[in-house]
Design a protein around this ligand. Structure first.
Ligand SMILES: [Zn+2]
Length: 87
């Protein structure tokens, strides 16, 4: 009688997984009309748009993108990072 296989018994260890990158469900972008920031480069009023990315399991990421109203080339992206809605 042969006992083949790996010779090892025991359940595979379930290692604690780091929070894997959640799966993206939806992306919503809107213009932020009440943003009154100015371009730090030329002083012209800047425009801002906000993107909210929703992931599975209640994670969201809010990204603010600012750009100069003039074509001076200034842009800025700011992200809160991926966080859980539930805290
Ligand atoms: Zn500018």
């Amino acid at each position: 009688m042969r006992t083949g296989g790996t010779g090892r018994t025991g359940a595979p260890r379930s290692r604690p997984r780091p929070v894997a990158h959640p799966v993206l469900v939806s992306t919503v972008t809107r213009d932020v009309l009440d943003h009154f920031g100015k371009c730090p480069r030329c002083g012209y009023p800047a425009q801002e748009s906000e993107t909210v990315r929703t992931f599975q399991r209640g994670f969201t990421e809010r990204i603010r993108f600012r750009t100069c109203g003039l074509p001076c080339g200034w842009t800025e992206t700011e992200s809160d990072g991926i966080r859980s809605q539930w805290r």
